[in-house]
Design a protein around this ligand. Structure first.
Ligand code: FE2
Ligand code: FE2
Length: 198
């Protein structure tokens, strides 16, 4: 198998991967609790639809067919994404699990596009590589967004944990008769309202 055949295999793998993602991303968007995260999954779904179109464009430039391969790697990643969706965590911890699954998908795509772009360039097929460079940029941006949301949610979840600890210490003190209920004590349902510092 020559370089062109290997490149085509990779390209078909990506075509299958992106098509699987068009079906999977709405589920992630629906599951996300954080509004911004929800929105970035929805935006990336739109980009993904465009990425499928770009791949079709590349296949037609190469006068080849896009079909004939099922990406098992993406199937596995999506399967793990479903496990994250089914987790019983709440709030930040739940969304952090979703981000973990989604970031794996982006890394997988980035690896695939990076390789196929290099192969196309190596074959002197610059024109076919161009649309895929745009896609690669979108994948990198999607990953960056996920990573910054991850950091934000980690800070928020640490703050939730601190306020939960403070509450339980206060409750212990009250139970032991050492102190009365403190002024301005947080109520249980306010626990999740943590502000995120920049
Ligand atoms: Fe993609
Ligand atoms: Fe992606």
């Amino acid at each position: 198998m020559g370089l062109r055949e290997v490149m085509l295999e990779e390209l078909r793998d990506l075509y299958s991967a992106e098509n699987q993602l068009v079906k999977a991303l709405p589920k992630l968007a629906k599951a996300a609790q954080d509004e911004e995260l929800q929105q970035s999954f929805s935006e990336h779904l739109e980009e993904t639809t465009g990425q499928v179109e770009r791949l079709k464009e590349v296949f037609s430039l190469l006068e080849e067919k896009p079909t004939g391969k099922h990406c098992k790697g993406m199937e596995g990643l999506i399967e793990e994404g479903k496990e994250a969706i089914d987790e019983e965590e709440e709030g930040e911890a739940y969304d952090i699990g979703l981000i973990g699954a989604a970031a794996r998908v982006e890394h997988y795509e980035i690896a695939g596009y990076t390789a196929v772009i290099a192969m196309l360039k190596g074959l002197g097929l610059e024109e076919a590589a161009e649309p895929l460079v745009e896609t690669l940029n979108e994948e990198n941006e999607a990953l960056e967004k996920l990573e910054s949301k991850l950091q934000e949610l980690i800070v928020a979840s640490a703050e939730s944990a601190v306020s939960e600890d403070a509450e339980s210490e206060e409750a212990d003190a009250v139970a032991a008769g050492k102190a009365g209920p403190a002024k301005n004590s947080r109520s249980g349902n306010k626990r999740r309202e943590v502000s995120v510092r920049n």
